[in-house]
Ligand binder design. Structure first.
Ligand SMILES: C[S@@+](CC[C@H](N)C(=O)[O-])C[C@H]1O[C@@H](n2cnc3c(N)ncnc32)[C@H](O)[C@@H]1O
Length: 169
């Protein structure tokens, strides 16, 4: 653990979304209206979204105290408290996108029930292993999971193509 601004943060919670993945998440999910990055880090996602609202605990704003309703949340949450963060996110958003190890979304039945009460998972976009994202060594599959209020349809899936996407720039 590292001590930052009187708050103990687990080291594993301070990893950043690679810019190429952040760009793809914003382009793919197209968040609109009032948008919040609740666990902002150094802003790799929020910097791509004009007028994006942000929280970052090391800068004094705790998302768990956020109560304002938003249209979209888009983030890569701190993994040590991801379930608490997602559950809270569902209470303040209509749409939310969470980048995390894929299995974590289904690792606790309590979280699955909260998602069901809210609506459902609409889409999962898969980005490869944690190692591919630079969070090495991490063999876990990493996905961006879109949860939508009142959604009752099937879950669709897509796969990010690193080769074609990283040759664009
Ligand atoms: C995995 S990092 C991801 C940062 C950023 N979302 C990104 O995609 O690059 C998670 C961030 O959440 C912050 N954090 C942890 N707990 C928080 C809380 N309760 N409220 C707001 N930010 C929090 C951590 O300090 C860290 O910067």
């Amino acid at each position: 653990m590292v001590k930052e601004d009187s708050t103990y943060i687990k080291k594993g919670d301070r990893v950043w979304t690679p810019i190429v993945v952040a760009k793809d998440m914003v382009a793919w999910f197209k968040p609109q209206g009032k948008i919040l990055e609740p666990c902002n880090g150094i802003g790799n996602i929020s910097n791509l979204i004009p007028d994006c609202l942000t929280c970052e605990i090391t800068e004094g704003t705790d998302f768990l105290e956020w109560t304002e309703k938003v249209d979209w949340i888009i983030t890569n949450p701190p993994y040590s408290i991801f379930s608490k963060i997602i559950k809270h996110g569902l209470t303040v958003s209509d749409n939310s996108v969470w980048l995390l190890p894929t299995w974590k979304m289904f690792s606790g039945y309590g979280l699955m029930l909260k998602v069901k009460e809210h609506g459902g998972i609409k889409h999962m976009r898969h980005y490869g292993t944690g190692t591919k994202l630079g969070w090495s060594p991490l063999a876990n599959s990493i996905s961006a999971v879109h949860i939508q209020r009142d959604y009752t349809g099937d879950i669709s899936q897509s796969y990010f193509n690193w080769q074609s996407e990283t040759n664009k720039d």
